[in-house]
Design a protein around this ligand. Structure first.
Ligand code: F6R
Length: 615
């Protein structure tokens, strides 16, 4: 939520910062703004709406050329998405500019205090107080990094702050508590950003900033301290993807590109994790086998799509390891006093690694003595940093707000963890594990096959563009798939979409069925638990009898569904537990096409942001 860029170097700061903001726009698109240090002063421009509005403004009123600057793309929290509330925020003299991601919880008290001292604050934001506090502190120290440390010690909440001061024209200062901030280290230039995507076109060398650290950036130096001014240890790392991965590559939307990348994402997530002897080698997990043998409960915490991946994982974990597994929305977890101890393994699933609800849940679990394993797609982000162990999904950067390839890889990574647990705890024989791994390895090709047959799904989506409601039904692992299909449709097509466990149909939801209502049904394989298959075929008949338009997702060769399907979407045959990896794909394509047909912004749906860094 909110994207931040800072630059100190030899290029035009305006160009670098605007290019960086373009790559971070997925984090928020309520407004955008920039400040550049030039000619002994500070020039700023900001505009409500997408970055394009700011670019248009800058064309008419260009900022002076300078090589130090900061920028921001906003997801509004305090104050509506107006020009006035857009970042950067300046002090009254217009010498300091600051951008912010997060929430400053004690801003009302600070604001009252500043007003008493004669400061005039103009916006409704929590951020503006920081510009004024920095100006005050700078007037005594003439050192922006020191001023930032002093100010941070007074702030409560979650914040990433990046600031410049006209009296230190070569310096950008950043501070980090809870929200993300990374440094890009170039040759004679350095960068600050919420995400490496902002500077990947210039450098792939990065430094992770830790909790409660302040960084002073000059073109040739990067100095990191804690909030007290003590030099801090930092961890440099190399970003292993390049700029092409952060671009659309010929697709109209990032989402389409990311859907198409799923076969590779799945294959990459399996890569290097299977030894020549067929045994799983998850060395990077950094969690001793002894510990994994001792756990007696697994609790998965996650939000949104990642939560659905966790729901699917539960079936496999319990089936393969016989360890009880709960799945809980991270936002609910710590508020109900969950029962946790040293023998509980908490698995936190997050694409971004920055979701605040998930972060807070894992902190709570660790305080109770539980070990936390993160499943994450973003190297160096906060969730894996604060976990005891991590397994990275190798989906590559996911830019579209609606999660697609990350979801498939989260399921695969959870399955790897489940199999590994089975391996170390002896609940799965080596040949069984090898068998499942072989099946998982085939999924990539099967997803490719699904992607090749999507034209009828797109056509169907277009034909439903004027509908108001679509329902989704599933059973067993198909139930979370139904929930995921509904979530994709809500967030992209802004339609009323709900997913149900098919067995619950007669306990209420069937009352919703009316003539021509589209209902998508995810049908389990007839070859697995055939009783489930037969029950869902009955459900299809029940809703069709009441007028529903049935859209049936069923595996190749399942003839029993044919008479009751108004639309039939075929998926390849897979083992029961792996079906979500192929069955979700048509639902992603369906939602994307419906959103396009309704004229919606696919990559940047209204009111949403990719990474939810506030609770
Ligand atoms: C939906 C979606 C969200 C995220 C959720 C968690 O398409 O993208 O529901 O899945 O906000 O985000 P991460 O995985 O970054 O923790």
């Amino acid at each position: 939520m909110c994207g931040i860029v800072g630059y100190a170097g030899g290029r035009s700061a305006l160009d670098v910062v605007v290019a960086g903001l373009r790559r971070l726009e997925y984090r928020g698109y309520d407004s955008a703004g920039i400040a550049v240090l030039a000619d002994g002063g500070l020039a700023a421009a900001k505009k409500a709406g997408k970055l394009a509005n700011l670019e248009e403004l800058l064309e008419g009123q260009p900022l002076p050329a300078g090589s130090t600057g900061i920028g921001h793309t906003r997801w509004a929290t305090h104050g509506g998405p107006t020009d006035l509330n857009a970042h950067p925020h300046l002090d009254n003299a217009g010498r300091v500019a600051v951008v912010h991601n997060g929430i400053i919880e004690n801003f009302a008290a600070l604001r009252a205090e500043l007003a008493e001292r004669g400061h005039a604050l103009e916006s409704e934001t929590d951020t503006e107080v920081v510009a004024h506090l920095l100006a005050e502190q700078f007037s005594s120290s003439a050192d922006l990094a020191e001023a930032m440390r002093q100010v941070c010690r007074r702030l409560d909440g979650a914040f990433t702050l990046v600031a410049v001061h006209a009296d230190e024209p070569d310096v950008v200062v950043g501070a980090r508590r809870n929200s993300p901030l990374v440094v890009g280290v170039g040759q004679g230039e350095n960068f600050l950003a919420s995400d490496v995507a902002a500077f990947i076109a210039y450098t792939r060398e990065a430094i992770e900033l830790g909790q409660d650290q302040v960084v002073e950036l000059r073109r040739d130096t990067v100095t990191v301290t804690d909030f007290e001014g003590k030099p801090a240890e930092v961890r440099p790392y190399h970003v292993d993807w390049d700029v092409s991965a952060a671009e659309k590559g010929g697709y109209d939307y990032f989402m389409l590109k990311e859907i198409a990348e799923q076969p590779k994402a799945v294959a990459d997530t399996l890569l290097g994790r299977i030894g020549t002897d067929g045994r799983l080698t998850l060395d990077e997990l950094r969690m001793p086998d002894r510990l994994l043998r001792e756990i007696d409960k697994i609790v998965i915490v996650a939000c949104g799509t990642a939560f659905h991946a966790g729901m699917i994982a539960k079936y496999a974990i319990e089936h393969w390891t016989r360890v009880p597994c709960e799945v809980e929305l991270a936002s609910e977890f710590r508020y109900r006093d969950p029962i946790l101890d040293q023998r509980t393994l908490v698995v936190a699933i997050s694409q971004s690694g920055e979701t605040m609800d998930t972060l807070m849940a894992l902190r709570h679990a660790r305080e109770q003595g539980s070990k936390v394993l993160a499943i994450c797609n973003t190297n160096g982000s906060t969730i894996p940093r604060e976990s005891d162990a991590v397994l990275y999904t190798h989906a590559g950067p996911e830019v579209a707000v609606a999660s697609t390839k990350a979801f498939l890889t989260q399921v695969v990574a959870c399955y790897l963890v489940a199999l590994y647990l089975g391996q170390v705890r002896g609940t799965k024989w080596g040949d069984e594990i090898t068998g499942v791994i072989r099946e998982l390895s085939e999924i990539s090709t099967q997803v490719e096959q699904v992607l090749e047959t999507m034209e009828p799904v797109r056509e169907l989506a277009r034909s439903l563009k004027d509908k108001n409601t679509v329902l989704f039904l599933g059973r067993h692992v198909g139930y979370p798939v139904a929930l995921e299909g509904a979530l994709k449709l809500k967030e992209l097509a802004y339609m009323h979409a709900e997913g149900f466990a098919a067995g619950e149909l007669k306990h209420g939801p069937i009352a919703l069925i009316e003539k021509d209502l589209p209902v998508v049904v995810v049908v389990p394989s007839p070859r697995g638990r055939s009783v489930l298959h037969d029950k869902i075929v009955s459900n299809i008949q029940e809703i069709r009898a009441r007028g529903a338009r049935t859209i049936v997702i069923a595996e190749e060769g399942d003839e029993a569904v044919v008479p009751y399907a108004d639309h039939l979407i075929r998926i390849p045959r897979t083992p029961v537990l792996l079906q979500p990896l192929v069955a979700t794909v048509p639902l992603q394509v369906f939602a994307c096409e419906l959103a396009t047909a309704r004229g919606n912004e696919v990559d940047q749906p209204r009111n949403l942001a990719k990474s939810v860094t506030v609770e």
